[in-house]
Design a protein around this ligand. Structure first.
Ligand code: ADP
Length: 184
């Protein structure tokens, strides 16, 4: 279960604490790596709970449209397997320090491209983890500012997505996010 925290943009954006794999939304976003074939953190949890169907679809994507892996900042969609969510949108965040001139733009692109795919698939509700801020080492205050601006910019051009949930595993991460977000 998740504890409700503040909302933004006329309640279209909700900040929550909890495990994203439990969320009953149209789509959850996976902080994947470019292989799309599994990893640790939230990626490991999504594949563990979601089951082999998600892995099979990711493998299919590697065998067809993305033989060299999914580039950083891009997003692809699979079904949700055994998850409550109907879809998983897989995006690859930047590894902090790898490409300093572009990492903010790439992190924003993860949110923007995930929301674009969501719109294409008529998603009404979507839950994001805090992309890149775990194993990929992106500083949490900067990630809060970048992600909130990207979500705000998208939602001001879109009327279809009713709810965006930002799900933080650790309460301290939600607190940092709330301090540094730039929704308004
Ligand atoms: P990345 O490689 O993009 O940094 P990680 O999975 O290592 O991705 O971490 C991204 C964020 O996801 C971190 O803040 C981590 O605490 C969080 N996280 C890990 N497991 C879950 C989960 N089951 N639900 C929600 N967030 C999670």
């Amino acid at each position: 279960m998740s504890d409700a925290l503040p909302t933004f943009l006329d309640e279209r954006v909700r900040v929550l604490i909890g495990d994203i794999t439990t969320h009953d939304v149209t789509a959850i976003v996976n902080a994947a790596n470019s292989t799309l074939l599994g990893g640790g953190g939230v990626d490991g949890a999504i594949h563990r709970i979601g089951g082999p169907q998600i892995y099979a679809e990711c493998k299919q994507i590697r065998e067809t449209t993305h033989p060299n892996g999914l580039p950083t900042g891009e997003a692809v969609i699979t079904t949700g397997g055994n998850l409550a969510a109907q879809y998983v949108i897989h995006t690859v965040g930047p590894i902090y320090g790898r490409n300093p001139a572009r990492e903010a733009e790439l992190l924003a692109a993860c949110y923007d491209n995930s929301l674009r795919i969501a719109r294409q698939y008529a998603v009404l509700s979507i839950a994001f983890p805090s992309i890149s801020t775990g194993a990929f080492g992106y500083p949490k205050p900067a990630a809060a500012a970048i992600s909130s601006r990207a979500i705000r910019d998208f939602l001001t051009t879109d009327n279809q997505i009713r709810e965006v949930r930002l799900v933080f595993f650790h309460p301290s991460d939600a607190r940092v996010f709330l301090e540094y977000q730039e929704f308004e």
